[in-house]
Write a protein that binds this ligand. Structure first.
Ligand code: PHE
Length: 386
């Protein structure tokens, strides 16, 4: 009799706790006497876009180190729990589930690539754990819900930046586009560019497609060559862009190549060599900056990582971490709901990539820079304001 009662009571407890755990009804939060705050990070530390994850990780690490050295947040130390998603959307979703349910993180930094942020954001939203993407630019990312934020501009703006630059600065009339149809970022940015460029009187004379991990682009490039464009817009990531550039030059295509932030990697020049030199892309920041805050960051980064000069991803990772820590400091309590509210109230935060104000759509309105590839250095050309 007693035994039966015990079994019954135990099963009730199991059923009850299973119910409360579902849907993340009890969001993670450190206990009052905890000495640490655990923050999750997911990114592509390996794979075809490994520099995105690695640079972002370095930026976050540096920010956490500096914040902890200055006393942490509400007297607690920030601890980073990182997961490699290998550049795969499915892995990104798994990573975020693990961070929330096993590591009990209170907030998440990531991803960079929009397709991976889109795969993982619904999970963060479901569990009501705030997620801050350092540099996913596709508009759909923050549309997922009120717990999803970013500290960068979005692609309707970035597309306009490059369309204006092509039209006003380079004075080109006919542009060919080559987009990665598997990437939300690439598809979106190509559309936004096209919209503005044609509105300005320009013409898109050829539209070609590829998918990430392709290595032979000659068929598309041959078709582009016969359409005689003045420039080619390739809103892709550095590995494919480097290969496309080399094959384009190999086929005798000499016109400038144009792109977006996805070009930002030291590997672009390593893969593309002379073929990418002289081409232009839009970005979140430039190492040619004279802003004292950004210069301090560049120096600290070099010191921390063996002389490595931070790319845009390193800078955005740094800013995302600082914005999150600032929100945690302002949050009433260290609950996911209070951190969410504090993030939403971020105003004029002085980041190394510019002033960050989170708007109604949980995006940041910021200016973009256009840079020109000049070997392993990208030369600052101009700043375009929103
Ligand atoms: N903006 C890109 C995306 O949304 C990611 C990216 C950001 C790549 C910054 C390089 C530099 O997919």
């Amino acid at each position: 009799m007693h035994k039966l009662l015990l079994v019954f009571t135990l099963s009730l407890v199991v059923v009850f706790s299973a119910c409360t755990k579902k849907e993340g009804a009890t969001p993670n939060s450190p206990t009052a006497n905890a000495t640490e705050i655990v923050v999750g990070e997911y990114g592509s530390m390996t794979g075809g876009e490994a520099t995105f994850g690695q640079s972002t990780h370095q930026g976050i690490q540096l920010a956490f180190k500096q914040i902890n050295a200055a006393g942490g947040v509400k007297g607690k130390t920030l601890r980073l729990e990182s997961v490699d998603d290998e550049g795969k959307p499915e892995e990104a979703a798994t990573a975020v589930t693990k961070l929330i349910t096993q590591d009990k993180v209170i907030a998440i930094l990531g991803e960079v690539a929009s397709s991976r942020s889109l795969a993982a954001a619904p999970i963060a939203q479901q569990y009501k754990v705030p997620m801050v993407s350092p540099s996913s630019t596709n508009p759909k990312v923050t549309d997922v819900g009120d717990y999803i934020f970013r500290v960068c501009f979005i692609d309707p703006f970035q597309g306009t930046v490059m369309a204006k630059f092509a039209h006003d600065n380079l004075k080109v009339k006919k542009v060919a586009i080559m987009r990665d149809v598997k990437s939300d970022y690439s598809v979106g940015l190509a559309n936004y560019f096209k919209e503005t460029f044609t509105k300005m009187g320009g013409e898109i004379i050829s539209e070609q497609t590829y998918v990430s991990n392709d290595i032979d682009f000659k068929a598309q490039l041959t078709s582009i060559k016969s359409s005689k464009p003045d420039a080619i817009f390739i809103p892709g990531y550095y590995t494919e862009v480097g290969l496309i550039a080399r094959q384009a030059r190999g086929l005798g295509i000499k016109v400038p190549l144009l792109g977006g932030d996805g070009w930002d990697s030291s590997k672009l020049f390593e893969i593309g060599k002379e073929a990418v030199v002289g081409s232009y892309f839009s970005n979140h920041y430039t190492t040619d900056t004279t802003d004292p805050r950004a210069r301090d960051f560049i120096e600290a980064f070099k010191k921390e990582f063996n002389g490595t000069i931070p790319d845009g991803l390193g800078a955005m990772g740094y800013d995302a971490a600082l914005v999150l820590a600032d929100a945690m400091k302002r949050a009433k309590d260290l609950t996911t709901a209070d951190i969410r509210d504090a993030l939403a109230a971020t105003k004029d935060f002085a980041g190394v990539t510019g002033k960050i104000t989170i708007n109604e759509q949980r995006n940041a309105t910021k200016s973009a820079v256009v840079v020109q590839v000049a070997g392993d250095h990208n030369k600052y050309v101009t700043t375009i304001n929103p």
